[in-house]
Structures are given as structure tokens and as C-alpha cells.
Design a protein around this ligand. Structure first.
Ligand code: MGD
Ligand code: MGD
Ligand code: SF4
Ligand code: MO
Length: 696
């Protein structure tokens, strides 16, 4: 067997960095960044390096299982793949025959590997495809559509060439995308300024030129004041605004009350500092990137907050600019042909979406693509517009990703079949009726993906080693179901045939991926200038006023509402990521667990002293029936109104031998939280909750 190096794609988080796996005698020994991938330069984040511990973990589901006890009781029988797939296919058929095609709900984690199973969903005729995004970036997506007419991935971030990068609610050095971190560091070496706007000093704050610690929940107000200064001091790009803005006068009128002095009282940022910051922005323009944020499922005005970010970027002329937010190139933009799609084999399913998007008042303005799955759960309870009786959860753990798992789980009570396709245990898998264990990424091939960007490319995830347990690749699972449900167009038994289908007409062959795992479609990065058709809005311009939004009962320029102060003795719950873990599913990874076995509670020094809490001691955190112990991290560098913790801890499943009982679960501190959501962008507003902290 000997030693070989396999070029593939990391699967420890949703970023999907290109990797190189060292395989010795059939065993994955070591993983590093693919040295041939631009931006990666051989590097990986700690999670990517810990991928081998996922593969060789005995704690993960090792074979298909069907539930025997009550839901969530943890009693399973082992079945063969044939039995598992027969069972699921028969049940799906029965349910669709009884309750209609759309009675099958599906949710996943999004990403570039979806085409094959989305084709399966079209093939069986359900309109209810969803992803996780209403717990993540939906507000950003809908804000980009609202302002520019294209989604958040319609622009990229030219961090290498930027002169000023602003991170607001975006922890770029801990919530990692390796190429982005490398590019930003290159930019900083070349003199790029960094501004961090956060409720605490995260890692980027320690490297920042400006750090603004805002009162939690006031970011929208901060940004309105920035627009106020840019307009009043004429610091914006007048030509860009004249050429490419519609209704700029309405914006100028709207922001009048939001002065720097008003902002100081509201956010805590001194007026003079705000003005100086705006002057720096004008100096660096158009090579400015005010990052629109990523995990923005935080407040009920996060959508409007993100709209202001896009508007500010445009006012500075940064949209389409070098060092700013260049337009994203797809293969077609560089004269290449894109991958052929399996989805296009089948027509778009008919009927209303269960989540109400596209037809229900107040939900007509949302982007339908990945839906708003928390609203589909409400539909399942009400059986309105129709019953939902099957739920396939593909690489998604909604019971941890949405607030209050007991509340969410209860909404699934009338669903007759819950299927979890997963590579690790999760609250959702534990509650499912059938577990279809996915091979972790080192053990599975995947359909080819397109990476859009300055230089678009096709990439391949290749199996580096044979499956360690009785698990299957994602495409094998859906090809197996497709075959059983009569979709012969998807009845594949060989990944090479799938790749060949995708590559038809592109002029690229499977062999072209052999050497580096990547086929780049352009030799030089392409910066497309702003031109007619760049903005996909009805007017072809940057939209201050969004008629679609307003027609659906929501304002474009929403007057600012000051966030509630925490009730006496309480704190606003805030959360985020750390470099060592991905969401909830790596806590049980032996290597990462060793580095960080539990989360801590950031609490402001003065507030801690009032409660008699000392650094490093375990404290109790609670809200409405949930209570957990967590170690206090007492610091001056968090706003006194908030406590902060890393998401994904506080597991209680007996099958997770390491993670069980470690740390606290932020999602459990948000009772009935899926009911609070942003009416503009659709995402859940997870930081609209107050918690109690006490000496344990
Ligand atoms: N309270 C609170 N809630 C949150 C957040 C928060 O910070 N606080 N964060 C939100 C955010 S930003 C997001 S994106 C969602 C995330 O929540 P999810 O979308 O549920 O994401 P993951 O935890 O990544 O779960 C993916 C599941 O798929 C399985 N899996 C199967 N195959 C693969 C694979 O190839 N790769 C990976 N990585 N996993 C696989 C994993 O084992 C895991 O159980 O949660 C959101 N919810
Ligand atoms: N290591 C690692 N990297 C990841 C992930 C992971 O799980 N682990 N997940 C990936 C995913 S799915 C996502 S969505 C991204 C998330 O990427 P980000 O959204 O950048 O990450 P977070 O850490 O959730 O939050 C960013 C910052 O928001 C701050 N914050 C909280 N409340 C407020 C507020 O009211 N105002 C302001 N201004 N700041 C506030 C937090 O303190 C934190 O520093 O990360 C991706 N990368
Ligand atoms: S950021 Fe880290 S975990 Fe995510 S894909 Fe890249 S190396 Fe893997
Ligand atoms: Mo996310």
C-alpha cells in the first residue's frame, strides 16, 4: 500500500478548504492545506487538522439504524443498508400517497454539494427544500437582495488589496475561513486598517486600529449615524451615488435624527471617534470592505442593520472595486461553461411552500431558495397549508441549531418519519426514527463543486481512505433512494459517471483533477466594473427603497428602536464561535476536546464583582427552566449588559462519551426562541433573550 497524498476538500465546517491528505497503508495520518490552492498556502485551521480524529472515532454512528423504543429514548436496532433504504423509500411513498407530494420536508446545511439530492427532491415532487440558514446568514442574503437585487454571494471580499476592513459582528479570525484569514493578514501587512465593532474584544479586536465596543443590539443605530456623518460631511463617493443609487434623497432625509451625539448616547461610542472613523473610511475608499456579517440571526432588526452595511459599502464606491467587494465571477463570466445540473432534469415541484414563502402575507418578499425551516415546523403543527408527515434532515442538527430543543422537538410530534443522514451523533439524530450514517469526508467522494470568485474553479472531494465503518457517501444514499422510488435518472452506482455527467460540455475531464484536485477556469483574477445590469433590482440601481419589501408590509428605512435594557440583575445572552470547534459537532472530537473541553462565560468585571463572582469559578446560568454550570471568564473587555459564550456545548447524549455534561448550551437559554424572528430577513432573533447568572 505505502504512502500516498490525496487532494480533497475539508469537511470539518462549511468553508470547505482544499486539503491534502497523507495516507499511509490505507490510514489517514496527516492533513494539511492543499499547497496548490490559492489563499490556502498549505495552512489549515485546527479543526481541519483534527479531521483524522473524526474518522477514527468510535462514538459516531457506525451502521444504519432504525428506532425501536420511543423517540429520543436511544433504543435502536442495527439494519443493513438495503433494509434502511427500503424502509425509508417505502415510508416516503406511503406518506406522499396519503398526504400529498409536499408532505415531505427536507433540510440540510446548504453548500456546493447539493445538486444531486436536490434533484432527488424535485424528482419525488416536494417543494419543501430548506437549509439551516434561518439560523445563520438569511438576513444577510435577504439584505443583499433587497439592496442590490443579487444575493450575498454576488460579491466577494478582496481582503488582500483592501485599505480598510470593518468587522462588525464578524469574528474573522476565530469564525474561520482559512483563505480569508490569510488574505486579511496579507492586507494588514500591506498597511490595511482594521476596525472592529463588537460587544466584546475578540481576537481581531486585539489587532485592530479602531475597536468600538457597542451596547449589544445597537449596531443598526451605529450604522445610521455613520451614514449621517458620511452624508453631512460629504465623505461619500458622489459619482458612484449619482450614477448608481436610487432614492438617495430619501436616505439623506431619513438619517437626519441619527447624529453622532445621538449615537454616543445610544451605543456608547464617543461622537468624535465616530467622526474620525468616517473620515478614515473616506480616505480608504473605494478599497474598503465593511463585512456584511455572517451569523446574523441575532436581533429583530439584523436585516435592516445589514442593509445599512451594504448601503455604506456602496456609498464608498466599494462595490465592484479592487480592494473592496468585487462582483463574484461565475464560470460564465470568464467564458467557461458551468457544471451540468442534475436538478434541471426535473421540473420545479408545484404547490405552495409549507413555510409560507412566496404566497403568505408578510412572507412574499423572502428569497425562496432555502426557505425558512423554523416556519415549516409551525406549519407541521398546524397542518396548514397541508400536513407534513416526513422530515429528512441531511447534515443538519436543527435541535441544536435552533433555540430550545424541547420546543422545536414538540413541533415534530405529528411527523410520522424523521430521517437523520449524519456523520456524528447529534440531538436530531438521537431523536430520529432512522439513522443513515454518512461517511465522514475523508472516506467519501462527492459530486464536483464550483467555487465562484475572482478566478472561478471546479473542485473535487475525493475519498482518501475506504470507509472505516458501514457508512455511505451522500450521493450513494440518494441514488439508493432514487432507484427505489423509480427515479432512474439518478440511479448511479459510480461517482465517475456522476462527474462525467456534470462535466458534459465544459471541456474539462475527470483526469484534469488528478494533479491538484482543482481546475481553475481563468488565468487572472477578473474585476468586472460596475455597469448596466450589475445590479439586479428593478431599476438596475442600488435600492434605498425596496418596493417588494414595502409591498409586503415592511419598511425599507425602518426607524431605529432602542434595544431593551436587561431587567435588573439579568444579562443579554450573546454567543459566537471559537477557532477550535465547529458549531456543536466537534465537541466530541477527541483532539479538539482535548484542546477545549468546555465553554466559558464572559462576564464584565464590575457586574461579576456585584454578584461576588471570581474569574475561573463555576457559576450558574439560567433562563425559564434551563440551568447549567459554566466557568466564569471575568474581563473588562465585554459590555456590562451582556454575557457571552461559545455555541455548541452542553451536550446531554449518553452516546457522546467526551462531550456529555461539558459546558452550557446557549440555545437552551432562549425559551421558545423560534417564535422571535426578523420580519425583514426571516432569520431567528437569538439574542433577544435575558438570562440570570449566579454564584453556583
Ligand atoms: N444558539 C445558537 N444557535 C446557533 C448558532 C449559535 O451560535 N448559537 N449558530 C448558528 C449557525 S451560524 C449555524 S451555521 C447553525 C449550524 O447548525 P447546523 O446547520 O446544524 O450545523 P452543524 O452543527 O455543522 O451540523 C451539521 C450536522 O451534520 C453532520 N454532518 C454530516 N456530514 C457532514 C459533513 O460533511 N460536514 C460537516 N461539517 N457536518 C456533517 C454533523 O455531524 C452535524 O451533526 O447553527 C446556528 N444556531
Ligand atoms: N472556528 C469556526 N469557524 C467557523 C464556524 C465554526 O463553528 N467554528 N462556523 C462557520 C459559520 S457556519 C458561520 S455562520 C461563521 C460565523 O462567523 P461570525 O458571524 O463572524 O462569528 P460569530 O463568532 O458567531 O460572531 C461574530 C462576532 O459577533 C459578536 N457579537 C455578538 N453580538 C453582537 C452585537 O450585538 N453586536 C456586535 N457588533 N457584535 C456582536 C461576537 O462577540 C463575535 O465576536 O463562522 C464560520 N466559521
Ligand atoms: S476553515 Fe478549517 S474546518 Fe473549515 S473547511 Fe477550512 S480547514 Fe476545514
Ligand atoms: Mo453559520
Amino acid at each position: 500500500m505505502g504512502k500516498e497524498y490525496v487532494k480533497s476538500i475539508c469537511g470539518m465546517c462549511s468553508v470547505r478548504c482544499p486539503i491534502e491528505v497523507e495516507v499511509v497503508d490505507g490510514k489517514a495520518e496527516y492533513i494539511q492545506g492543499n499547497p496548490d490552492a490559492a489563499g490556502i498556502m498549505g495552512s489549515l485551521c485546527p479543526r481541519g487538522a483534527a479531521g483524522t480524529a473524526l474518522t477514527y472515532d468510535e462514538d459516531r454512528p457506525q451502521y444504519p439504524m432504525v428506532r425501536t423504543g420511543k423517540r429520543g429514548e436511544g433504543k435502536w436496532k442495527q439494519v443493513s443498508w438495503d433494509e434502511a433504504l427500503d424502509y425509508v423509500a417505502d415510508e416516503l411513498t406511503r406518506i406522499q400517497d396519503t398526504y400529498g407530494k409536499n408532505s415531505v420536508l427536507f433540510s440540510d446545511r446548504g453548500g456546493p454539494f447539493r445538486d444531486f439530492y436536490r434533484a432527488f427532491l424535485r424528482g419525488i415532487g416536494t417543494a419543501n427544500y430548506n437549509n439551516h440558514d434561518s439560523a445563520c446568514a438569511r438576513n444577510v442574503q435577504n439584505a443583499a437582495l433587497s439592496v442590490f437585487g443579487f444575493g450575498r454571494k454576488g460579491v466577494s471580499y478582496d481582503l488582500k488589496n483592501a485599505k480598510h476592513v470593518i468587522l462588525q459582528q464578524r469574528n474573522i479570525m476565530e469564525a474561520i475561513n482559512v483563505a480569508e484569514v490569510n488574505n486579511l493578514l496579507t492586507g494588514i501587512e500591506k498597511g490595511c486598517k482594521l476596525t472592529v465593532i463588537d460587544i466584546r474584544a475578540n481576537v481581531p479586536a486585539t489587532k485592530a486600529d479602531n475597536f468600538f465596543m457597542v451596547r449589544p443590539g445597537t449596531d443598526y443605530g451605529f450604522n445610521l449615524a455613520v451614514i449621517n456623518v458620511l452624508i453631512n460631511k460629504e465623505l461619500y463617493d458622489k459619482k458612484f451615488v449619482a450614477d448608481w443609487f436610487e432614492d438617495f434623497d430619501k436616505l439623506a432625509e431619513f438619517i437626519k435624527p441619527y447624529t453622532p451625539e445621538w449615537c454616543e448616547a445610544e451605543t456608547g461610542v464617543p461622537a468624535a471617534d465616530l467622526i474620525a472613523f468616517c473620515e478614515q473610511l473616506a480616505e480608504a475608499a473605494p478599497s474598503v470592505i465593511w463585512h456584511p456579517g455572517w451569523m446574523t440571526a441575532r436581533y429583530s432588526d439584523s436585516f435592516w442593520m445589514t442593509r445599512t452595511i451594504y448601503i455604506i459599502n456602496a456609498m464608498l464606491g466599494a462595490i465592484g472595486a479592487k480592494g473592496g467587494l468585487p462582483f463574484m465571477n461565475k464560470p460564465g463570466n470568464v467564458g467557461a461553461k458551468g457544471l451540468k445540473s442534475f436538478m434541471e432534469i426535473y421540473p420545479k415541484p408545484e404547490g405552495k411552500r409549507a413555510d409560507g414563502i412566496g404566497w403568505m402575507d408578510g412572507r412574499k418578499h423572502f428569497d425562496a431558495g432555502p426557505g425558512l425551516v423554523h416556519l415549516a415546523y409551525e406549519a407541521a403543527v398546524a397542518e396548514d397549508p397541508y400536513p407534513i408527515k416526513a422530515y429528512i434532515v441531511q447534515r443538519h442538527d436543527p435541535l441544536m441549531a435552533f433555540p430550545d430543543k424541547h420546543d422545536v422537538r414538540a413541533k415534530w410530534d405529528d411527523i410520522e418519519l424523521v430521517v437523520a443522514a449524519t456523520f456524528s451523533w447529534s440531538d436530531t439524530a438521537w431523536y430520529a426514527d432512522v439513522i443513515l450514517p454518512i461517511s465522514p469526508y475523508l472516506e467519501r467522494d462527492e459530486i464536483l463543486m464550483t467555487k465562484n470568485g475572482p478566478k472561478p474553479a471546479f473542485q473535487v472531494r475525493k475519498r482518501a481512505i475506504e470507509p472505516v465503518y458501514d457508512t455511505k457517501a451522500v450521493w450513494e444514499i440518494y441514488a439508493g433512494l432514487a432507484k427505489r422510488m423509480g427515479l432512474k435518472e439518478l440511479d448511479y452506482t459510480n461517482i465517475e459517471d456522476i462527474w462525467k455527467f456534470q462535466l458534459e460540455g465544459t471541456g474539462v475531464s475527470v483526469a484534469d483533477f488528478e494533479k491538484t484536485g482543482i481546475v481553475t477556469l481563468a488565468s487572472e483574477p477578473l474585476y468586472q466594473p460596475v455597469k448596466e445590469g450589475s445590479f439586479k433590482t428593478p431599476s438596475g440601481k442600488v435600492q434605498v427603497i425596496d418596493a417588494k419589501l414595502e409591498g409586503d408590509g415592511q419598511p425599507s428605512l425602518k426607524p431605529y428602536v432602542s434595544p431593551e435594557r436587561p431587567p435588573e440583575g439579568k444579562f443579554r445572552i450573546t454567543f459566537g464561535r471559537c477557532a477550535l470547534h465547529t458549531q456543536g459537532h466537534t465537541v466530541n472530537n477527541s483532539l479538539l476536546f482535548e484542546q477545549m473541553p468546555e465553554n466559558t462565560l464572559w462576564i464584565n468585571t464590575k457586574r461579576a464583582a456585584e454578584l461576588g463572582i471570581e474569574n475561573g469559578e463555576y457559576v450558574s446560568i439560567s433562563n425559564t427552566g434551563y440551568e447549567a454550570k459554566i466557568k466564569a471568564f471575568v474581563t473588562d473587555f465585554i459590555h456590562p449588559e451582556a454575557v457571552f459564550m461559545i455555541h455548541g456545548f452542553g451536550h446531554d447524549l449518553p452516546c457522546e462519551s467526551r462531550a456529555k455534561g461539558m459546558g452550557a448550551a446557549d440555545n437552551m437559554l432562549m425559551p421558545k426562541g423560534i417564535q422571535k424572528w426578523d420580519r425583514g430577513g426571516g432569520a431567528v432573533a437569538m439574542q433577544e433573550h435575558f438570562v440570570e447568572v449566579a454564584k453556583a
